[in-house]
Design a binder for this molecule. Structure first.
Ligand SMILES: [Zn+2]
Length: 419
C-alpha cells in the first residue's frame, strides 16, 4: 500500500488536538513535500527523518515522490514531535512495517540523525487529552516523556528509545524478524502510585516575625493574597518562599493540572511531582512573561504558579501593564491568550504574595538605619500603594474573603500549631 495513516497530537494550550499524519508514496520526480500548516521545526523533520531511517539500516524511498500531510490542515503544528509519526508513515507506506497495525496507537517523538528518540514537551497534556476523551489508545513516547505521560491514571504508555524499537513491534506478519523479542528499548511504563510526601522549606526557619507568620497562616487558610512590607533583611522573601508549606497536600487532579502546565513550558521533572510551585519572576518581567503569550501561546509565570504561589518581590517596580494583566486571572483563575490564528486558555489559580520596601531606600521607620528618602519620594510610593494596590488588587483581596471557603487546618499536617 502506498498510503499510510499515523495518529499523533498537536499542542494548543492544554488541549492536545488529534493530528493524522498521512503519507503517500507516488511515482514521479523524487521529492519530499510536507504540507499542513507546519512550523519551521516540523519542516526540518524531512532531513531528520531521512537520516534516521537510513542510519537505522532501513530503506528510505529515495526514488519516490513523498507527500506528507498533517491533518487537519488549519491547525498550527510546531516542534519536532511529528518526526516519529512521519518516519513510521513512510515505513508503512513503503511496506517495511504493517501500516494496518498502527491503528489504535498514537506516537510522538523527535528523532536524532542516528534514529534515537528525544523527549518532547507536553507529553502529559497528550496523555490527559486521551484520558479526558475516554478513548483507550496506546501511546508510544521517548524516554522521560513516557514516564511523564504515565502519571495519568489508567494511561497505556510505552517507552521506546530508538526508531528500531518501534519498528520491531509493527513488522509485517510475513517478516523473518517478527519473532525476535523486543529489546530493552521497548517497555510498557506503568503509572506510579500517587502517594508522595513533599518536603517544603519550614516556616520555623524564620526567627521572630510572629505577626507576619500569623498573617501567612490566615492567608493560607482563607486562600487570600498578601502584601508584605518591611525594610531590607526583614525576612520578606524567606517568609514568602515558605508559604506553600502551609497549604494542604495537592490532590491528584491538582498535581496533574500543575504538572501538565509545567510540561507545556518544558520545565516539568518527576522530582517536582505533587509539589506546589512558587514562581518568583524578576521585576523587569514583561506582561507577556507574566501572563503568557507568544505564537503558539505558551504559559506564563501565573500559569506555572497554578495551585501554588506567585511571589512578586519589589512589587512597585513591576511595570504597570504587567500588574494590570493580573487582575483578570486573579478573579477567574484562568487566562485566555488570543492571537491572530488561535486562542488558548491556561489555568492560573494561584495565591499572590507581594513584597515591597516602605520607601525607596527601604529604611523608613526602621531603627537600624536612617531613611534617606525625601518626603516627595515616600509620598509617590504611598500613592502607588493606595491608588494601585488598594483600588484594584485590594478590592479583589476583600472580595476573595467571601469567595474562598476556609480550608480545614487539620489537613495541614498540624503545621498550624507551629507559632
Ligand atoms: Zn527611605
Amino acid at each position: 500500500m502506498s498510503l499510510s495513516l499515523v495518529q499523533s497530537r498537536a499542542l494548543l494550550g492544554l488541549d492536545a488536538a488529534a493530528v493524522t499524519v498521512e503519507v503517500h508514496l507516488a511515482n514521479g520526480l523524487p521529492s519530499f513535500t510536507l504540507v499542513g500548516l507546519a512550523d519551521v521545526e516540523v519542516k526540518e523533520a524531512r532531513e531528520r527523518v531521512r537520516s534516521a531511517i537510513q542510519n537505522s539500516g532501513l530503506e528510505f524511498p529515495n526514488n519516490k515522490k513523498i507527500v506528507v500531510n498533517l491533518a487537519p490542515a488549519d491547525l498550527p503544528k510546531d516542534s519536532g514531535r511529528f518526526d516519529l509519526p512521519i518516519a513510521l508513515g513512510i515505513l508503512g507506506a513503503s511496506g517495511q512495517i504493517d501500516a494496518a497495525a498502527l491503528t489504535g496507537w498514537e506516537f510522538a517523538g523527535e528523532l536524532s540523525l542516528s534514529g534515537e528518540l528525544r523527549p518532547v514537551r507536553g507529553a502529559l497534556a497528550m496523555s490527559l487529552a486521551l484520558h479526558g476523551s475516554g478513548v483507550v489508545t496506546q501511546l508510544v513516547l521517548p524516554p522521560d516523556s513516557a514516564e511523564e505521560a504515565a502519571l495519568v491514571p489508567s494511561a497505556q504508555v510505552y517507552r521506546a528509545r530508538h526508531l528500531l524499537d518501534v519498528v520491531q513491534n509493527f513488522l509485517p506478519a510475513a517478516s523473518e524478524n517478527r519473532a525476535a523479542e523486543p529489546g530493552d528499548g521497548w517497555v510498557r511504563v506503568d503509572s506510579e502510585p500517587f502517594v508522595k510526601v513533599v518536603d517544603y522549606p519550614d516556616l520555623a526557619d524564620v526567627r521572630g516575625q510572629l505577626g507576619a507568620k500569623r498573617a501567612l497562616e490566615i492567608a493560607a487558610a482563607g486562600g487570600h493574597s498578601l502584601l508584605l512590607m518591611g525594610p531590607p533583611g526583614a525576612g520578606k522573601s524567606m517568609l514568602a518562599q515558605r508559604f506553600v508549606g502551609l497549604l494542604p497536600p495537592m490532590s491528584t487532579d491538582e498535581a496533574l493540572q500543575s504538572a501538565a502546565v509545567a510540561s507545556l513550558g518544558g520545565s516539568f521533572s518527576l522530582a517536582n511531582w505533587a509539589r506546589r510551585p512558587t514562581c518568583q519572576p524578576h521585576h523587569t518581567a514583561s506582561a507577556v512573561a507574566l501572563v503568557g503569550g507568544g505564537s503558539p501561546p505558551r504559559p506564563g509565570e501565573i500559569s506555572l504558579a497554578h495551585h501554588g504561589v506567585l511571589f512578586l518581590d519589589e512589587f512597585p517596580e513591576f511595570p504597570r501593564a504587567a500588574l494590570e494583566a493580573l487582575r483578570e486571572p486573579l478573579e477567574t483563575g484562568t487566562i485566555t491568550i488570543s492571537r491572530a490564528a488561535r486562542r488558548s486558555e491556561f489555568p492560573a489559580r494561584f495565591q499572590l504574595i507581594g513584597a515591597m520596601n516602605p520607601c525607596p531606600c527601604g529604611y523608613l521607620g526602621s531603627n537600624q538605619k536612617a531613611c534617606r528618602c525625601t518626603p516627595d519620594q515616600v509620598a509617590r510610593l504611598l500613592v502607588f500603594v493606595i491608588s494601585d494596590i488598594c483600588s484594584e488588587l485590594l478590592r479583589w483581596f476583600i472580595r476573595s474573603c467571601c469567595q474562598f471557603p476556609l480550608r480545614n487546618p487539620e489537613k495541614n499536617g498540624g503545621k498550624y500549631s507551629m507559632c
